[in-house]
Design a protein around this ligand. Structure first.
Ligand SMILES: [Zn+2]
Length: 264
C-alpha cells in the first residue's frame, strides 16, 4: 500500500508536556514527482533533508516517552520550515543549478504542494501541541531537531551542535549551558545560522503563541550512523528531561520577535 501521508506522529505520553519536531526528517519525494529532475545523489545530501534527524528524533521520542511530529516529504518538494510567503518555500536552485521539477512552476502546482504537504504537516504540529497542552495542563516545551553540513562553501564549521533561537531564552539558555557543561563540545549560539526567521516552524507554533522552545542543530557527520545517533540520543535525553522538569518554563509568554511586530 502506498502511504502518502505528509507527516508521521510518533507516540508518547502527552502528559509529559514536551513535543519534538523533525521538519527535515526525510528525503522522500512522492513518486509522481520522480526525482524533480535531479540526479540521485542530490537526495543523499543536505539539500534534500537533515541527515540523521529522523533516527535521532525517533530515539529521543522513545527514550523520553514524548510525542514527535516528523515531516514525510523532502524540503526539495516544499520546505516545511519556511513561511507560506517565503520566496524560498519551493527552491528554484540547488547547487547553482535550476531544479527542473520546481522551476518553472505554475501557481496551481505551488498551491497544490502547500495544500497537500506543507499545511497538513503544520496542522499535525498544531494538533499535537494542542493535545499535549490539554493533557499536561501547561504550555508544552517544543524542541525542533535539525542537522547541518560540516562545511559550507569549503569553510569548515567547528561547532558540534548549535542552539538557534529568536528572543525566547527559556529553553535556549539552559540547553546551551547543559550542552557546554561537560566541556567536550563546541556549541554555537545562533551560529552558523540565526534562529530568528519570520514565518518558520518555531515562529508560527511558538513565538506567536508564547510556547517555550528551542531549535537544536547537530552536525550531520556526528549523527550519520546508528552509533552516532545512539550516542547523541543518550547525551540529549537527560538534558531535555532536565529542561522539561522546570515548571516555571511551562507557561505561555509571548516574547517580541527580532523579525518585527507580529501580524495582527
Ligand atoms: Zn533542517
Amino acid at each position: 500500500m502506498q502511504d502518502d501521508n505528509p507527516f508521521e506522529i510518533l507516540p508518547g505520553d502527552h502528559g509529559r508536556g514536551m513535543v519534538l519536531l523533525g521538519d527535515h526528517a526525510t528525503n522522500r519525494v512522492p513518486p509522481a514527482y520522480g526525482k524533480l529532475g535531479l540526479p540521485d545523489y542530490a537526495f543523499a545530501r543536505h539539500i534534500a533533508y537533515d541527515i540523521g534527524v529522523e533516527g535521532l528524533t525517533r530515539r529521543l521520542s522513545a527514550l523520553l516517552d514524548v510525542p514527535a511530529v516528523l515531516s514525510r516529504f523532502s524540503r526539495l518538494l516544499i520546505d516545511p520550515n519556511r513561511g507560506e510567503d517565503d520566496p524560498t518555500l519551493i527552491m528554484k536552485i540547488s547547487d547553482g543549478a535550476i531544479i527542473p521539477g520546481n522551476h518553472p512552476i505554475t501557481d496551481a502546482e505551488w498551491q497544490h504542494r502547500l495544500e497537500t504537504y506543507h499545511r497538513p504537516y503544520h496542522r499535525a504540529v498544531s494538533q499535537t501541541i494542542d493535545t499535549v497542552a490539554a493533557q499536561s495542563g501547561r504550555a508544552p516545551l517544543i524542541l525542533s531537531m535539525h542537522s547541518y553540513t560540516p562545511a559550507w562553501r569549503d569553510v569548515p564549521r567547528p561547532w558540534h551542535a548549535a542552539v538557534l533561537w529568536d528572543t525566547d531564552d527559556r529553553a535556549a539558555v539552559p540547553l546551551l549551558e547543559r550542552l557546554r557543561a561537560p566541556g567536550d563540545l563546541l556549541v554555537g549560539d545562533n551560529e552558523p545560522y540565526d534562529g530568528a526567521l519570520r514565518g518558520d516552524t518555531l515562529y508560527r507554533h511558538c513565538m506567536v503563541t508564547g510556547m517555550p522552545h528551542a531549535l537544536l542543530e547537530v552536525r550531520q557527520d556526528l549523527i550519520g550512523d546508528d552509533s552516532g545517533i545512539e550516542a547523541w540520543a543518550q547525551r540529549l535525553a537527560p538534558i531535555f528531561e532536565h529542561i522539561n522538569a522546570d515548571a516555571s518554563l511551562h507557561q505561555y509568554h509571548i516574547f517580541p520577535s527580532r523579525t518585527g511586530p507580529y501580524p495582527a
